[in-house]
Write a protein that binds this ligand. Structure first.
Ligand code: 26Q
Length: 812
């Protein structure tokens, strides 16, 4: 225990006085929050210093660097108090000082430096690395503005800037001493010096990369505090001099400053399309080059040759966004450290590993050669050379397979294929669920799989069960710990010890009570925010995730429209009252998905104000879904909607968070749902719809005939017609949706899966009414949820890809 209550109180009051010059009771909540964070940070540094001393041992531990353009970390204070084991002490201590800890927790801004699944995954992985004692550091961008905040105005999404740094972010520490220069634009002069070609990058635009560090503190592991290093772009100090010296032009100086600051200004809010914007490329090169330069500097402090580099360093790239690691590491080795191509290439490939997160063709990154050449001229030369050597080697090995070479080359038709660069330049390529990895091997990257079968492997995603169960659902956590002890917090698989309770009626009743209580909490939130009353004893049927055509929020709302039609026709219909809850953001330019939100909010307005329904249904669109809200929603769910078109969702991670909180999945056999079904068994999940291979067969033959589906099922025809027949108002709002279903042949098989979805939903609704059977299935989901912890995932990465040890034992 780092503090007993009285020593905490004393330390806190002293810290507050030191910072504010007054007693805590005179301060604002913000000041009280900041003082607490500063105090904890200082306490953490003590052991951090001890750690860096350990690290001076001659045999330096292997470091893992996780490169990602997104880290969706959410709030840290409450979570760190749990990880430090001092939440109760702090809460009681503050209470005695007349301070409510909840008020301080509320002051913290969510750090929303990510869009969704991929960004939250990297945050969960840092968490598990810290817990497992792996020296694992994150590397990313300190965006001045995170993911936009969503407001719903007249039923439409409106985006507001996320000014999360407005007040200051007390967890971060600016490390000016570790600033580096990243060079853009200019040109490369080649000279032969003593018979060796030497490259000089000239007339470049210098950008200062200033690191800000955020400590990553794992549960019960004070000995290892990892670091998330986020880079901020700044103009060089004497930018006016520099610019006027080079260009003699004041307006250019202004342009220089704003072009530089743009790099770390804002997170791109698209999570499934790649627009090929120059600024995005500058972001990618910026944090890649900055991150690598710290790695090299740290390595050189401890080693005098690069031959052991890949044994001491693992660099993981989260999707292709950091794929410029490959040519940049080559550049450093060759141009700065004087290694030859072959040696540099060997070390580079052996150091880098790559995770793919999507098969959507529109999300695959390709950069026009011209943009790469002008922004990163030396990097472009190296990519060209990697491509040339790759083609040459393939030609040598498979002289007859010209197609193979064309399909897998890095540069083709004036475009640089980042996934190809990442596969060729790394030693490991993984997908994020078994089905997804199989699709990579057999479809998306199948040519590469024939060339490098040994590189491909699966790492099914995992989530931090300590954040999404222990922290988010304290009542359930208490019930679990009272029954099976606390092992599960460190060993998620211990949740299996709950399985014997599936036949224990008293336990199942307690489980149902906990759920009810969590639903009350969410119902109160909805009432406060939206002034809508929802019944906590109704079924909470929830779909929260980014809004996207392939995730099929449309299928869900069509189901609700159908139900509403039927209920109005037959008020005696035997359906258990249900509250349908949606949440999620849309990329600002994605009009189609925006109209889906409008459709949901339009139906919500209708249904929630229809007195004839007698409150049997409610529809809620919760605005601004983010990590903090997610932590309130998952614990309150009965049904977890995971209804993507089979084959399209690489894994999903929300599905795992719901499961760990005892919700039943209603889903397709897509992504990790396949593995969830295998874990819980067919009787504890509700599966419907086309299978991935069926969908892909249709795609191969040009789709299916959605018109027939529509014509042959009157209930379906009716809801589709309602999109355009004036029943939802006179505007033409939903014509685009209608066209996507009928004219564009329903790419995501919404109509095709409608019957099977509504039938399955209805069975689930009946099932819920058998309270004990339902609760027992919920418990199976919790008990089997342990394998979907990010601890499990990180252990697999550590064993199979990074080759680093971890500590897994409960300390004595
Ligand atoms: C690319 C280029 C330019 C601008 C933006 C992007 C971009 C940004 C974010 C492309 C994709 C993303 C995010 C993708 C993502 O979140 N994928 C999800 O990753 C999860 C974690 O592996 C999976 O569970 C989800 O299935 C997958 O959709």
């Amino acid at each position: 225990m780092i503090w007993l209550k009285d020593s905490f109180k004393k330390a806190y009051v002293e810290k507050f006085i030191e910072i504010q010059g007054s007693m805590p009771n005179t301060g604002t909540s913000w000041e009280k929050y900041r003082a607490l964070v500063v105090l904890i940070k200082e306490k953490m540094k003590i052991s951090q210093a001890a750690e860096s001393m350990n690290d001076s041992s001659p045999d330096q531990e292997k470091q893992v660097y996780y490169f990602s353009l997104e880290f969706l970390i959410g709030k840290l204070l409450s979570y760190y108090l749990i990880n430090l084991g001092i939440k109760d002490v702090v809460q009681e201590g503050l209470e005695e000082l007349g301070i409510d800890l909840e008020d301080l927790i509320a002051e913290e801004n969510d750090a929303a430096l990510g869009n969704g699944g991929l960004g939250r995954l990297s945050a969960c992985y840092l968490d598990s690395m810290a817990f497992l004692g792996i020296p694992g550091q994150g590397n990313g961008i300190r965006y001045k503005y995170g993911l936009f905040q969503q407001k719903i105005v007249n039923g439409f999404q409106v985006e507001l800037p996320d000014n999360w740094l407005k007040n200051e972010y007390p967890w971060e520490m600016r490390k000016s001493d570790n600033t580096v220069v990243v060079k853009f634009k200019g040109h490369v002069r080649t000279e032969s010096i003593k018979g060796k070609l030497t490259f000089f990058h000239e007339d470049y635009e210098p950008v200062l990369a200033v690191p800000y560090d955020i400590p990553m503190l794992g549960y019960g592991n004070l000995n290892r505090i990892n670091n998330l290093r986020l880079w901020s772009a700044e103009p060089i100090k004497d930018d006016l001099d520099w610019v006027s010296f080079n260009q003699g032009d004041y307006s250019k100086a202004v342009a220089y400053r704003s072009e530089v600051e743009a790099i770390s200004y804002i997170l791109y809010p698209e999570d499934s399309s790649h627009a090929g914007r120059e600024l995005r490329l500058r972001q990618e090169y910026f944090f890649t080059a900055a991150g690598l330069s710290t790695i090299i500097r740290y390595f050189k402090k401890k080693n005098n040759s690069f031959s052991g580099f890949a044994r001491k360093v693992a660099i993981h790239i989260n999707d292709t966004h950091p794929a410029l690691c490959v040519p940049e590491l080559m550049r450093i080795f060759m141009d700065e450290e004087d290694l030859g191509w072959d040696e540099a290439w060997n070390i580079t490939v052996n150091t880098i590993s790559f995770t793919n997160h999507t098969i959507l063709p529109e999300a695959l990154e390709k950069w026009p050669v011209e943009i790469m050449k002008s922004q990163c001229p030396r990097i472009y030369m190296i990519i060209e050379e990697i491509d040339r050597r790759y083609r040459e080697e393939m030609h040598h090995m498979h002289p007859e397979k010209r197609d193979l070479i064309e399909h897998t080359a890095i540069i083709r038709d004036g475009q640089i294929h980042m996934a190809h660069l990442a596969v060729i330049g790394s030693n490991s390529v993984n997908g994020v669920a078994e089905l997804h990895t199989k699709i990579l091997k057999t479809q998306v990257l199948k040519d590469f799989y024939t060339i490098y079968p040994y590189k491909f492997n699966n790492k099914t995603n995992g989530v931090s069960h300590r954040r999404f169960l222990l922290e988010a659902n304290p009542d359930l956590s208490r019930l679990i710990s009272e029954s099976i002890g606390e092992d599960w917090i460190r060993q998620s698989e211990s949740l299996e010890k709950l399985l014997p309770y599936t036949s224990d009626t008293a336990f199942l009743e307690k489980l149902a009570d906990v759920k009810y209580h969590n639903k009350c909490r969410l119902a109160n939130y909805i009432n406060d925010k939206m002034n809508i009353q929802v019944d906590p004893s109704s079924i909470f049927d929830i779909q929260v995730k980014r809004i996207h055509a392939y995730k099929r929020q449309l299928l869900n709302i069509l189901k609700i429209m159908d139900l509403y039609n039927r209920w109005r026709e037959d008020p005696s219909m035997d359906i258990y009252p249900t509250t349908f809850i949606f949440g999620g953001k849309v990329a600002p330019g994605y009009q189609y998905a925006k109209s889906i939100i409008k459709l949901i909010t339009t139906m919500a307005q209708r249904i929630n104000t229809d007195p004839a329904l007698g409150g049997k249904m409610k529809v809620i669109f919760l605005e601004n879904f983010n990590v903090s809200l997610a932590e309130m929603i998952y614990p309150a769910a009965d049904i977890s909607e995971q209804i993507s078109t089979a084959s399209q969702e690489a894994s999903g991670t929300g599905n795992m968070k719901f499961m760990l909180n005892g919700a039943i999945t209603l889903g397709t056999l897509d992504g990790a749902n396949v593995e969830i079904r295998r874990a819980v068994g067919d009787e504890n999940i509700a599966i419907f719809g086309l299978k991935a291979n069926e969908v892909m067969n249709y795609y191969q033959w040009g789709g299916y005939k959605s018109w027939e589906e529509y014509q042959n099922f009157p209930r379906l025809k009716r809801v589709v017609d309602q999109l355009v027949d004036g029943s939802l108002g006179s505007s033409n709002e939903f014509a685009g949706i209608y066209e996507s279903l009928l004219r564009d042949n329903d790419q995501y098989f919404v109509l095709k899966d409608f019957r099977s979805y509504t039938d399955t939903w209805q069975k689930v609704n009946l099932w819920y009414q058998h309270k004990l059977s339902w609760a027992s299935s919920c418990l199976v989901n919790i008990g089997k949820g342990g394998v979907f912890s990010s601890d499990r995932a990180i252990k697999e990465y550590a064993d199979d890809i990074w080759h680093v040890p971890y500590q897994n034992e409960i300390p004595g």
